[in-house]
Design a protein around this ligand. Sequence first.
Ligand code: SAM
Ligand code: SF4
Length: 344
Amino acid sequence: MDAKRRIIDLLEEKDEATLRILMLRADAVRRRFLGDAIHLRGLIEFSNHCRRDCLYCGLRRSNKNLVRYRMAPREIFAQAAEAANLGFRTVVLQSGEDPAYTIRALCSLVREIKSELSLAVTLCVGERTREDFLRLKQAGVDRYLLRFETSDPCLFRILKPDSDYERRFRCLEWLKAIGFQVGSGNIVGLPGQTMESLAEDILKFREMRLDMVGLGPFIAHPDTPLQGSRNGSLDLALRVVALTRIMTRTAHMPATTATGTIDREGRQKALQCGANVLMPNLTPVRYRRHYMIYPDKVGVGEDPARCRSRAESMAHSLGRTVGLDEGHSLGPRSAGLDVRKHHA
Ligand code: SAM
Ligand code: SF4
């Protein structure tokens, strides 16, 4: 049976014993290739302005109910310094697609963070030009996250009406060629998404030889055109995490906030079926509630120190350790799928 058919079968599997084997297998692959350390990345959501209009996202430009904010570079630097003080070795700087942050501004911020704080820097700021990516690399950016969201071109065009499917993948190719550690990912349970397209997403994660894969369930936002749609399920998101771990082996995979929002134990469960990264939120609390991609985001009121200690306790409660180094990519080492249906 080909890999795609096998993945679809496992996404639809009803037999509890087979599913238990899938989760155990994914956990064993994570342990074998990445060990027990959970890497912590401090997340700073520095602007919720966005020029795009993705149908699923609360930051979309047509959402007039959102209070918009933009942190000044010195505020972002101060949060990065706090991250370093709290013991983080990586910061993730994330925002909507906000043209007000020029490449020059981002580069000078990154240079300062790298030279003063010696942190690994991950950017997640959407699509830019190839020249912009080159300049960011030269400024010292280590990693770049850009989810393709769905590999189904028709669904992509509906949900991201002002983006271009081919261009998104071209950006990912540029990022790889320039030498970033590259992360991508998808949203699980989008309205109109089929099991076949989810299987294609997972195959793409492997084919693209990604260093990082981030994914979580779709959560409907009341101020978007997808209000009232059914949320993605934790169960399906966990199956995608497990299958992605088995297929990619070494990719760093966060237990995402969306997974923890849909189910209070969601992140712990993701960490037990393939995930090996947590991203405690270090955005200043006064801005955090406005970074409302979807409603009821977990951890909105917790200060950065508390977010870090919660992540550490989560790791320890699962018998895992907290990574002490930067947690750089180990390089892709993808695999086939060998979860047998009735393997004991
Ligand atoms: N603007 C950048 C971009 O889109 O690449 C980065 C920031 S964006 C807020 C980060 C991620 O949030 C997106 O890649 C998307 O997967 C996720 N997201 C947005 N709306 C969501 C929703 N309603 N449910 C689950 N995830 C969502
Ligand atoms: Fe903007 Fe990213 Fe949200 Fe799309 S997903 S509206 S690009 S912040």
